[in-house]
Design a protein around this ligand. Structure first.
Ligand code: ZN
Length: 304
């Protein structure tokens, strides 16, 4: 793979435009997946249109980021102010694909896993933020995908991964190198995300919040979490194993409380304000994936 010999910044320049396009597609998913009518949820064949006046968007106005700048943030047909979310998601898309190989080795399974996870989190953050919906159509495939990512280790056990760099096994080992590794924060400290850890993550990811929710229900007589939140934790558990998933749940709950409690106190709304918990899970995930172990040790240090 000659790509691997390229300096990282050239790779960034090459990948970022594709990332912008994926960001643009993420915008389509964010806008259409929460829609009620099935035909409005079509994200494949329906051409881009203005959500306000339904006018078709001209191809040159649809160029990620630049289209928005060119139009100065307004629909060419009706002048509808395009929410800042659109260029922001496109930019995030560019940063994810253009930047991931600075953190993880390009072309490996762990790189692919992290990139897919990042795009999924961007989409879910904004569907939850704008509509309080975490669409099943992406969460169920992500659960399956998370478990699938753990399977190559059955065909290529760890001994082969260790053969990385040794002559003729180089390419095969290279393709899966790190694919079997845990979240970067846990590198070298924890076992790999085994298929058992992945399946446990899936099961506990769904089960633990369901239990918490039941307790919350006994106390408050209302749901504290939505079903979408359980499914999100389930696929995050399948992706990163049950340990990091629990870290994401607790950090997400902490962030939610940090934002939610002041809101509750100032509004005196009786605690009925629903917060989009998926947003906090999405924010917590990269923190736990990259810094989870350090945070956990720091926490133990404070408590102990
Ligand atoms: Zn318009």
């Amino acid at each position: 793979m000659p790509f691997l010999d390229l300096p990282p910044w050239i790779l960034s320049l090459f990948l970022a435009p594709f990332g912008l396009l994926l960001g643009s597609f993420s915008n389509v998913l964010i806008h259409r997946l929460p829609q009620e009518a099935p035909e409005d949820r079509n994200v494949v064949t329906k051409p881009s249109h203005c959500p306000s006046c339904k006018a078709k968007i001209k191809p040159w106005h649809n160029v990620p980021l630049f289209g928005w700048l060119w139009l100065r943030g307004k629909c060419a047909a009706c002048g509808w102010r395009i929410p800042i979310r659109y260029p922001l998601v496109e930019l995030l898309g560019g940063v994810i694909l253009g930047g991931a190989h600075w953190l993880l080795p390009f072309g490996t399974l762990i790189w692919l896993k992290a990139v897919l996870c990042a795009y999924a989190l961007v989409v879910l953050f904004f569907t939850d933020f704008t509509e309080m919906i975490l669409p099943d159509v992406i969460q169920f495939p992500l659960m399956v995908l998370g478990v699938l990512f753990a399977l190559p280790q059955l065909a290529w056990p760890e001994t082969l991964t260790k053969a990385w760099g040794q002559g003729d096994t180089l390419i095969q080992a290279l393709a899966f190198h790190n694919g079997l590794q845990p979240a970067p924060a846990y590198h070298g400290f924890e076992p790999t995300v085994t298929w058992q850890a992945s399946l446990l993550g899936l099961a506990i990811g769904y089960g633990a919040p369901a239990l918490l929710n039941q307790i919350y229900k006994w106390i408050r007589k209302t749901d504290g979490l939505g079903m979408g939140d359980f499914k999100m934790l389930a696929w995050l558990g399948a992706f990163w194993g049950w340990g990091p998933m629990l870290g994401i749940l607790f950090l997400g709950a902490g962030l939610g409380a940090a934002v939610g409690l002041p809101l509750m106190l100032t509004r005196r709304s009786g605690g009925q304000t629903m917060l989009p918990f998926g947003c906090f899970l999405a924010l917590a995930t990269p923190i736990v994936v990259f810094f989870g172990r350090a945070l956990w040790l720091g926490y133990l240090g404070v408590v102990g």
